[in-house]
Ligand binder design. Structure first.
Ligand code: CAO
Length: 428
């Protein structure tokens, strides 16, 4: 691993899990930046390379305040350093070569072929630094679509998520969870730390590829399970059973549970005006008597039409409609407070506003307030992975090119005069 010999996150994160690992972060938009932000939170020194004067496109996308880095950018690029290099300028290429030689991992999510066109193919990077781990997010793996550009919702649609999300009588739906971008970034991060672990034994770097279609499909694993179950009869836990029709592909299951215990979203008090006055309830077999008692249907406990999970399957929609008559008399938190002591799994539908204001999430660092020199204070999602020996401090995202000088002189060994010359020719 490289020595962290310069100022910045590398120096003051000593004691973290990835301390001493240096990342050449060639990522933009969401998928790649999610990955490198996680690595930075684990202590890696992440150097984000951006185009001079422009930077990551998200710096100026979906701006809420004029002329300051957007929340889109700031919330995906914490704890990184920013260096601006024009990688199409010959002198800029030289700077990048030095950077390749000084880093452990190169992470990129350019359109297919962009890095090759820049002159930094896997082969070339290996020549420059055989220990380099070269990690990429692409929309698709090798195959008919490998040259396509891909964004979040394209991945959700091509990875099986949209086809299996929504209600039977509606169109396919994309989800709010960014499973294509952030999901693939997570997959890539695991690939990178695994490659670093293997390098300890082999001394060699390797190529790591996380395709967004593959990442989404991995997260839709249970739907491929259901596709195969469908060949042997209807999917009895789906709302289509017993009255609806099943075709030859897994249908959209509405809010049915993806597991073996039936679940559904039911209305709570206030649902007429509050779009989030709902709760998810799971009718776990082990607590069936408790469910019957709490909703006032004690007769269902021994009724052969309701007493066993198998008997309940054709009646699930009626069961949830009956549960809903009860939940509509209470607000979602009252329902939760009543059901949890009875071991009945349930989850209120929490809005983003409620999550942002939730004190326990602030306490654990899952929601963090960060101060930024040009935008002021804002909220972000902190590191969702907590480690006892590698605590996370969330530090603001870098301004465009904020660390160019310190990286060129401190890490790459350029003199101040050389840096001025690089600036003059537009290389940095
Ligand atoms: N200096 C000079 N040129 C630079 C540069 C730098 N520092 N950084 C980037 N560039 C150039 C690239 O070399 C590329 O040039 P060429 O097309 O001439 O080779 C150009 O900028 C644009 O890169 P791009 O094609 O990756 O960007 P785009 O905005 O057209 O496409 C995206 C964006 C996300 C669709 C595409 O990058 C992609 O498909 N990435 C892989 C999948 C992915 O990660 N998608 C998720 C994105 S988040 O929703």
């Amino acid at each position: 691993m490289q020595e962290a010999e310069t100022k910045g996150p590398g120096k003051d994160t000593m004691g973290k899990a990835l301390e001493g690992v240096r990342i050449l972060d060639f990522t933009h938009v969401q998928s790649g930046p999610t990955c490198t932000q996680l690595l930075a939170w684990f202590g890696a020194d992440v150097i984000k390379v951006e185009r001079p004067g422009v930077g990551d496109a998200t710096r100026s996308q979906l701006r809420d305040l004029p002329d300051v880095d957007s929340l889109y950018f700031t919330m995906l690029n914490h704890n990184k350093r920013s260096v601006t290099i024009d990688t199409k300028n010959p002198k800029g290429k030289e700077v990048l070569e030095r950077l390749v030689k000084s880093c452990d991992v190169l992470v990129e999510n350019f359109a297919p072929g962009a890095l090759d066109r820049m002159g930094f193919s896997w082969e070339r990077v290996q020549e420059l630094n055989p220990r380099m781990i070269y990690a990429s997010v692409k929309g698709f793996g090798p195959g008919p679509y490998e040259d396509c550009k891909v964004y979040e919702n394209v991945a959700q649609c091509t990875g099986g998520s949209a086809s299996t999300t929504g209600f039977d009588d509606g169109p396919p739906l994309v989800t709010g969870a960014q499973i294509g971008d952030s999901g693939t970034g997570l997959h890539l991060a695991l690939g990178i730390v695994t490659a670093l672990f293997q390098r300890e034994r082999t001394g060699r770097g390797q190529r790591v590829l996380a395709a967004m279609q593959d990442g989404v499909l991995n997260l839709c694993r249970v739907k491929l399970r259901d596709q195969q179950r469908l060949q042997h009869g209807p999917l009895k836990e789906y709302p289509q059973y017993p009255h609806g029709k099943f075709g030859d592909a897994v249908p959209r299951a509405g809010n049915a549970s993806g597991g073996g215990q039936p679940g559904w979203i039911v209305k709570c008090k206030g649902w007429e005006t509050d779009p989030n006055a709902y709760i998810y309830i799971i009718t776990q077999a082990a607590v069936w008597p408790q469910i019957c008692k709490v909703i006032g249907k004690e007769e269902w406990i021994d009724d052969p039409d309701y007493a066993t999970p198998e008997a309940r399957l054709p009646r699930l929609m009626h069961i949830f409609a009956t549960i809903e008559e009860w939940t509509k008399t209470k607000d979602k938190f009252e329902v939760m407070n009543i059901l949890n002591p009875l071991n009945i799994p349930c989850g209120p539908i929490l809005s983003m506003k409620e999550l942002a204001e939730e004190p326990s999430l602030r306490k654990t660092g899952t929601i963090v307030e960060v101060d930024h020199p040009t935008r002021g204070k804002y909220l972000t999602v902190g590191n969702p992975i907590k480690m006892s020996d590698s605590p996370t401090e969330v530090k603001r995202s870098p301004l465009l090119g904020e660390h160019t000088d310190e990286i060129l002189t401190g890490l790459l060994g350029y003199s101040e005069a050389e840096v001025s010359a690089l600036r003059e020719c537009g290389a940095v």
